[in-house]
Ligand binder design. Structure first.
Ligand SMILES: Nc1ncnc2c1ncn2[C@@H]1O[C@H](COP(=O)(O)OP(=O)(O)OP(=O)(O)O)[C@@H](O)[C@H]1O
Ligand SMILES: [Mg+2]
Length: 240
C-alpha cells in the first residue's frame, strides 16, 4: 500500500445521475503520481463526467474524490491541476499567446508560456487570434493552456482529436517525460494506439469501471491479442 500522498487521484465509490441517466456508477479508481492513466470507453460512457468530478465541476451524489491529497471540492488544489476540456475553452478574440499567458496567470505562473507554446508547435503562430487558428491548432492551444503552470496532475479529455500524427507522437513523448518527472496524467481517448502508450487503462461503460490494468493485463484477462477485442470482450462479460 502506497503512502496517501503517492496518489494524485483517489476516487472512492463515486456515483452521479442526470435524471434517468446513470453517468457514474460507484466508480473507484486510484492513480499514482507519475502514471499515465488512460480512460477508454464509448460515447456517453461517463469519461467526461468522471474528469469533471475530479475538478469539482460535478458534485457526486455518493462517494469521495481526493486530488493531490486534498478532499474535493477544494479551490486551491486547482492551481496544481491542469485541465483540458473536450471542447477547447479559449478566448477567441485573444491571441494564442495571450490565452496561454492568461491561463498561466490564473495559477500564478507565467514563466512557462514559451515552453508550452513550443511544445504544441504554436510558437510561430503565437500572435494569431484564436478565432483565426485551424481546429487542430485550437486544440493544441488548449493543451498549452492546460500545461503552462506545470501541474502535478494533468487531466486531458481527448486531447489529440484533430491533431496530426506527427505532432501526436511529439505530444506523447512529452506526456511520457512529464510522467517521468512525477506528473500524473489522466487521458481519455478512443484511439487504441494511444491507449497502448498508457501505463494503465480503465475501461468504462454505462458509468461503470469494467476493468482496470496494464494493456498486457487487460488482454490476458480477456484472452485476446488486440486491445480492441479486449475492450469488447470485457464489456460483454459485464452485461451478463
Ligand atoms: N450536464 C448533464 N446533464 C444531463 N446529462 C448529462 C450531463 N453531463 C453528462 N450527461 C450524460 O451522462 C452520460 C455520460 O456523459 P459523458 O459526457 O461523461 O460521456 P463521455 O464518456 O465523456 O462521452 P464522449 O466520448 O462522447 O465524450 C451521457 O449519457 C450524457 O448525456
Ligand atoms: Mg466526453
Amino acid at each position: 500500500m502506497m503512502a496517501r500522498d503517492s496518489y494524485a487521484v483517489e476516487v472512492e465509490g463515486v456515483a452521479k445521475r442526470f435524471g434517468p441517466i446513470t453517468a457514474l456508477d460507484k466508480v473507484t479508481l486510484r492513480i499514482p503520481r507519475g502514471e499515465v492513466f488512460g480512460l477508454l470507453g464509448p460515447n456517453g460512457a461517463g469519461k467526461t463526467t468522471l474528469i469533471r468530478s475530479l475538478v469539482g465541476l460535478v458534485a457526486p451524489e455518493a462517494g469521495t474524490v481526493t486530488v493531490l491529497g486534498q478532499r474535493m471540492p477544494q479551490l486551491d488544489v486547482l492551481a496544481r491541476v491542469g485541465y483540458m476540456t473536450q471542447q477547447a475553452a479559449l478566448y477567441p478574440d485573444l491571441s494564442a499567446e495571450e490565452n496561454v499567458r492568461f491561463f498561466g496567470a490564473i495559477s500564478g505562473r507565467v514563466d512557462g508560456v514559451r515552453e508550452a507554446l513550443e511544445l504544441v508547435d504554436l510558437w510561430d503562430r503565437r500572435t494569431s487570434v484564436v478565432a483565426t487558428l485551424s481546429g487542430g491548432m485550437r486544440t493544441r492551444c488548449s493543451l498549452a493552456c492546460a500545461l503552462v503552470h506545470k501541474p502535478e496532475l494533468l487531466l486531458l479529455d481527448e486531447p489529440t482529436v484533430g491533431v496530426d500524427p506527427q505532432l501526436r507522437i511529439q505530444l506523447w513523448d512529452r506526456f511520457r517525460q512529464m510522467a517521468a518527472a512525477g506528473t500524473a496524467i489522466l487521458i481519455s481517448s478512443h484511439v487504441m494506439d494511444e491507449a497502448e502508450r498508457c501505463d494503465r487503462l480503465g475501461l468504462i461503460r454505462f458509468g461503470r469501471l469494467l476493468a482496470e490494468g496494464t494493456v498486457g493485463e487487460l488482454k490476458a484477462k480477456a484472452g485476446v491479442e488486440r486491445l480492441e477485442d479486449a475492450f469488447l470482450k470485457l464489456s460483454e462479460v459485464s452485461e451478463s
